[in-house]
Design a protein around this ligand. Structure first.
Ligand SMILES: NC(=O)c1ccc[n+]([C@@H]2O[C@H](COP(=O)([O-])OP(=O)(O)OC[C@H]3O[C@@H](n4cnc5c(N)ncnc54)[C@H](O)[C@@H]3O)[C@@H](O)[C@H]2O)c1
Ligand SMILES: C[C@@H](CO)CCC[C@@H](C)[C@H]1CC[C@H]2[C@@H]3[C@H](O)C=C4C[C@@H](O)CC[C@]4(C)[C@H]3CC[C@]12C
Length: 369
């Protein structure tokens, strides 16, 4: 990003650009990044919707590739000014092995960093996760904390372990000399639970509610707050961070930022009802309908069943000891660090975010899309 050229057109690479968040980042860049000259979308599985983007003024290059393959990553990164690395294996249900999660999330990130160093790409924004911090295995609440709030981060599950390690690699790489001798500038964004158009778990809950005659049953106390953030705002924060990394390298380099917006603090289930309610579902029970010990038992039973059935089929229900602990432990953020460091303000109000999500659930909830 040479200072000579205000008008210089930039090449961006988005890894995982066809995922839930990645697609929003891609669309946001096309709408809101005036200096965009070429957009490379790198993913293991390319979405058909990319075709429609190729007719616009910005060159959109779809690259089918695997972040675990260093040569594929290097080829995609070569010549890019900025990399937004969202690709990851998001699995807290035991679908993939710990080894695969590590390969994609940790080795994949290492490959992205090395590709930047080798090819001379200077700006890297990494999509981390709140789970790098917590909830921890002890169930300690993180109540409206910020990036400096002390918290005992203890990870055992492969997914948060991999995100924590990958984030550390990204932050550690800040300042490394890339090909050409200039320093690499990196930062990591930590979304809480993302919701919005394309959120598969939300749609699964909707379908489950329809199957149960329009009802969902409360399992988690309403007092447990779970942090949520709208996907459009997470995408916007990525675009803004990527844009500002050069100008504010000294301030932003090596920093972490929670992703936040005006979404209300609620329990996981009550928050989902903000969308599923207007779609005709009802959450039954002011208090959990099953005792907590029974949920713990069912979660453990699911682990056993998963293990027993593995030779025959993949049994990966939503409820397991890890997801129960995450849903049942308060974890919310309250911070303005991104605003102070790079001028982030949510692009979508809570009302907009809610309406957009409801429309999406209504449009696709019953279909196979
Ligand atoms: N969904 C959330 O609530 C949430 C919250 C915090 C952080 N995150 C992080 O955001 C990022 C995106 O998550 P998402 O929810 O959009 O998940 P997603 O599964 O919808 O998207 C991930 C994308 O990465 C791609 N991918 C996976 N393995 C790959 C590989 N080996 N090579 C290339 N591409 C690969 C997938 O094909 C997919 O398109 C992840 O890094 C995740 O850890 C997600
Ligand atoms: C006990 C059930 C009763 O209804 C509810 C189980 C819900 C869980 C499946 C989800 C509760 C919290 C979710 C996680 C959270 O929002 C943040 C995440 C971080 C991100 O990096 C990946 C996804 C996730 C782990 C997300 C996954 C689903 C939950 C555990």
């Amino acid at each position: 990003m040479a200072d000579s050229a205000q008008a210089q057109k930039l090449v961006y690479l988005v890894t995982g650009g066809c995922g839930f968040l990645g697609e929003h980042v891609v669309r946001m860049l096309l709408q809101r990044e005036p200096r965009l000259g070429e957009l490379r979308v790198f993913d293991l599985h390319l979405g058909p919707w990319l075709e429609e983007l190729k007719t616009g003024p910005v060159r959109v290059t779809a690259i089918q590739g695997d972040v675990t393959q260093a040569h594929e990553v290097a080829a995609a990164v070569a010549g890019a000014h900025v990399v937004i690395h969202t690709a990851g294996l998001v699995d807290v249900f035991g679908r993939a092995s710990p080894k695969t999660i590590h390969e994609v999330n940790v080795q994949g990130t290492r490959n992205v960093i090395e590709a930047c160093v080798q090819t001379g790409t200077r700006f890297l924004v990494y999509t981390s996760s709140m789970e790098v911090v917590g909830p921890n295995t002890k169930g300690h609440p993180f109540y409206r904390g910020n990036e400096d709030t002390p918290y005992e981060a203890v990870h055992r599950h492969p997914y948060p372990c991999s995100k924590a390690l990958a984030e550390w690699l990204v932050l550690e790489a800040n300042g490394r000399k890339v090909c050409g001798g200039l320093p690499l500038v990196t930062c990591a964004l930590r979304p809480t639970g993302i919701y919005g158009e394309g959120h598969q778990i939300m749609r699964d809950f909707y379908r489950q509610g329809l199957r149960l005659g329009g009802r969902l049953f409360r399992a988690i106390p309403a007092s447990v707050e779970h942090g949520r953030v709208y996907v459009g705002n997470v995408a916007w924060m990525h675009v803004l961070a990527a844009r500002e990394l050069e100008r504010r390298a000294a301030l932003m380099g090596g920093q972490v930022y929670f992703c936040y917006d005006g979404s209300p603090y609620k329990s996981y289930e009550d928050f989902n009802m903000e969308f599923l309610g207007p779609c005709g579902l009802r959450l039954v029970g002011a208090r959990p309908l099953v005792p907590y010990w029974l949920l713990v038992f069912l979660a453990a039973l699911n682990v056993l069943l998963q293990w027993l059935l593995r030779p025959l089929l993949l049994y990966a229900p939503l409820l397991n000891p890890y997801t129960l602990a995450v849903a049942n432990t308060t974890f919310t953020v309250s911070t303005d660090k991104a605003q102070r460091h790079f001028g982030y303000e949510p692009l979508f109000s809570w009302e907009d975010s809610r309406t957009r999500t409801i429309l999406w659930v209504q449009a696709t909830g019953g279909s196979a899309q």
